[in-house]
Design a protein around this ligand. Structure first.
Ligand code: NAG
Ligand code: NAG
Ligand code: NAG
Ligand code: NAG
Ligand code: NAG
Ligand code: NAG
Length: 302
């Protein structure tokens, strides 16, 4: 136990010593075992779970030292149940200390590629820590470009159309070309940029074409051994098709609307006229009837 305390207090003062010791041990074990590590492939921004593949008990766990290193750099250490995370992995690593210790690395970066080794040290009867278990996992990080998108930028001049092809978030450096019937076209304004932090690339390129014929353009992006592409189809359009096609409708709709409303108005007017006439006639008849009545009453009285 006293030994453990000494290790703990020595640690910050002589980090190089124990680190090199650890790496030598790890290297030695690795050399002896000669096992090729299993490999995992992930994409940028994804999450990976790395397990030590070591079953233990809760009681034993408290006495273990667990180290995670990547190639020859420290990632994480668990000493006396305390977790220490190296700056490159700070704020994006979760440590799961259970019966099968493992770590979770979030928001993977290209630079996270490498071989990760978990070293578990256990005290022997004399209290000396010895390597108890060692596991390696080869992590490969991919950054695939998504299929490019092609967007319309409108007409820079009559009968000329401009489109833009773009894709982003991939690695390594991409090359973009526009092809029609297997022939490369002259692109305009091709831009390439790289995020200084993530090292991922963004590429875009514009193409101008004559709208008066049919086209099938291929936007091809090559990076490493891989390619992504998008096809853009264009159907010829007559130089001034919109004016001729839309003229009849612009006339037909208002004219027919006017005609219908005139007809409705006339019909309504006729109906009201006829009703009014009928009313007037009925009222006149009633008046005449009344007069006749009063005349007959008067004659009876008289
Ligand atoms: C650890 O335990 C799990 C089940 O609890 C078992 O499936 C696995 O094989 C064990 N691994 C080792 C290395 O003993
Ligand atoms: C981790 O988060 C803390 C608190 O939010 C912050 O102070 C620190 O700079 C972060 N570390 C890294 C390496 O981003
Ligand atoms: C591309 O540009 C070159 C020179 O800038 C020119 O000779 C060639 O005709 C152009 N090709 C097309 C398809 O416009
Ligand atoms: C080139 O593209 C960039 C961004 O895509 C734009 O800001 C710039 O105006 C374009 N230049 C020309 C000449 O089209
Ligand atoms: C587009 O093509 C037509 C015939 O295919 C041609 O008459 C016209 O000049 C071209 N327009 C431009 C701007 O190149
Ligand atoms: C362009 O495409 C349309 C529809 O596919 C077709 O009707 C037309 O004949 C084509 N024009 C030429 C010049 O190939």
């Amino acid at each position: 136990m006293g030994h453990t305390m000494k290790w703990g207090t020595l640690l910050p003062k002589r980090p190089c010593l124990w680190l090199s010791q650890l790496l030598v041990l790890a290297g030695l074990f690795h050399f002896c075992s000669g096992i090729t590590p299993k490999s995992v492939t992930k994409r940028v921004k994804e999450t990976v779970v790395l397990s030590c593949d070591y079953n233990t008990t809760t009681e034993e766990l408290a006495s273990l030292r667990i180290y995670w290193q990547k190639d020859s750099k420290m990632v994480l250490a668990i000493l006396l149940g305390k977790v220490q995370v190296w700056s490159e992995y700070e704020n994006r690593t979760i440590t799961d200390i259970n019966n099968n210790p493992r770590i979770v690395i979030l928001a993977l970066r290209l630079s996270d590629s490498g071989t990760y080794t978990c070293v578990i040290q256990k005290p022997d009867l004399k209290g000396t820590y010895k390597v108890e278990h060692l596991t390696s996992v080869k992590l490969m990080i991919r950054a695939d470009f998504p299929v490019p998108t092609i967007n319309d930028l409108g007409n820079p001049s009559p009968n000329i159309r401009r489109v833009i092809c773009s894709t982003s978030g991939g690695f390594p450096r991409p090359y973009l070309s526009w092809l029609e019937n297997g022939e490369e076209l002259n692109a305009t304004n091709t831009t390439l940029s790289q995020d200084p932090e993530t090292k991922l690339y963004t590429i875009s390129s514009e193409l101008d074409f004559n709208m008066t014929s049919n086209h099938s353009f291929l936007c091809l992006v090559k990076y490493g051994d891989l390619t992504v592409s998008q096809t853009f189809y264009w159907q010829e359009s007559k130089p001034t098709p919109s004016a001729n096609q839309h003229l009849p409708w612009t006339i037909i709709i208002p004219v027919s609307a006017c005609g219908i409303s005139v007809i409705i108005a006339v019909m309504l007017a006729c109906l009201t006229c006829r009703n009014a006439a009928r009313c007037r006639r009925r009222r006149r008849n009633e008046n005449m009837e009344m007069q006749r009545w009063s005349v007959s009453i008067k004659s009876v009285e008289g």
